[in-house]
Design a protein around this ligand. Structure first.
Ligand code: UD1
Length: 369
């Protein structure tokens, strides 16, 4: 098979890296295409180096823009790549604008499309990612899901079960492969953080950071948390810009850091007392690591991290956030268990699923299998 694997934004890299590697090991041709949705060294390149992914063969270089313009630029540039490469199929991952943009182009050209991390639903259509998820699943040929709840969501939407393959969580393949090395790099020492004696914070979702009043309220909450336990806060570029634009001076007490690479962020998660986040993937990584996570949103598309894992959805109310942090400091927080098929072997299952469906596409009729 010749599979074109699309990456675009930070959360894609750790999902696609193990699939690209597994395709190559299995003797298939895997072509990495980067849309360039994320482009800063710290938001993109560092991940290729640390995940052992080769530089992308193609970079569309689209950069930042409004949703419509960014999506349109990706589509326009990606069409030419597909026409030139004529792959057996393409693989898109997650729920970012690059995911729907590339899936839509491929499907319109009649090129088979697989969606990794299919079936997740927050049921909140004000989230751009929810729109990207619903649309990508509606049009992709193979829906590779991480958990049973995702299969059920697809079934409820009337999707033919024959299109759905539960492969588990490919991001956990990367986590398992790199955890020991990540921990050996000494990032905690570098930032003077003691084992299980700090909280790790991330905030980047537009619904939290684009509203100045809400952002100020969240920063007040986490500043208050920092009086009880040190808070390390690697800041997404979007969030840094929004904080700088606030009328009041920035938050106090937080250790505001540049965005971290994959390995250092993983190591900080693994040794934290708790994590506060509005990210999707971090809810899953903390569950895999057994570290309590407080999700600063009112919904999650990853309910298994709550029902089986260490995640609690706390919303954005200051009192509630602080009460939940205190509870974790007092009791140690949720213990949880790692969901089935989050076992570090999702990528070979992805390759097997693609091979089963696409393996004979383009084969010479009558040739030996
Ligand atoms: C995107 C995804 C989101 C994911 C997040 C991870 C969509 C709709 N959203 O959101 O699901 O959780 O990535 O980070 O695809 N910027 C830089 N440098 C970069 C990239 C972005 O400075 O390398 C700044 C720009 O000011 C840009 C802003 O961040 O306008 C937002 O970037 P964008 O790609 O539009 O969305 P994210 O908020 O990163």
């Amino acid at each position: 098979m010749k599979v074109l694997c699309v990456v675009g934004a930070r959360p894609n890299f750790m999902k696609v890296a193990p699939v690209h590697a597994a395709l190559t090991v299995a003797g298939h041709e895997s072509i990495l295409v980067h849309t360039g949705q994320h482009y800063d060294e710290l938001m993109s390149e560092v991940f290729f180096r640390e995940l052992g992914m080769p530089a992308p063969q193609v970079n569309l270089g689209v950069g930042s823009a409004s949703h419509a313009i960014q999506t349109a630029r990706i589509m326009e540039a990606f069409e030419g790549v597909l026409l030139a490469e004529q792959p057996t199929g393409i693989l898109v991952a997650g729920d970012v604008n690059s995911t729907i943009a590339c899936a839509l182009v491929a499907v319109k050209l009649g090129i088979p499309t697989a969606h990794l991390e299919a079936g997740l639903r927050s049921f909140d259509r004000t989230m751009p990612e929810e729109i990207n998820r619903v649309l990508t699943d509606a049009i992709s040929d193979i829906l590779l899901t991480p958990s049973a709840d995702a299969d059920q969501n697809l079934c409820r939407e009337g999707i033919d079960p024959a299109r759905v393959v539960r492969v588990g969580n490919a991001m956990i393949d990367s986590l398992r492969a790199h955890l020991a090395h990540a921990r050996s790099r000494g990032v905690r020492e570098q930032f003077d953080l003691a084992h299980r004696d700090y909280a790790l914070l991330t905030l980047h979702r537009p619904s939290n950071v684009d509203d100045p009043a809400l952002l100020a309220e969240l920063l007040l909450a986490v500043s208050e948390v920092s009086h009880r336990i040190p808070v390390a806060f690697p800041v997404h570029p979007r969030t840094r810009a929004r904080i700088a634009a606030l009328p009041a001076s920035g938050p106090t007490g937080l250790r505001m850091l540049e965005p971290l690479g994959y390995l250092d962020f993983l190591a900080l998660q693994a040794d934290a007392k708790l994590v506060l986040t509005d990210s999707g993937g971090i809810q899953e990584e903390t569950t895999a690591l057994g570290v309590p996570c407080l999700t600063l949103r009112t919904s999650t598309e990853r309910p298994i991290t709550v029902t089986e894992g260490t995640n609690t959805i706390v919303g954005v109310d200051r009192t509630r956030i602080i009460a939940n942090v205190q509870e974790i400091l007092r009791t140690g927080g949720k213990v949880g268990r790692v969901p089935a098929l989050w076992d570090g072997a999702a990528a070979p299952r992805v390759v097997a699923a693609l091979q089963a469906r696409w393996g004979s596409v383009g084969a010479t009729p009558g040739a030996e299998p």
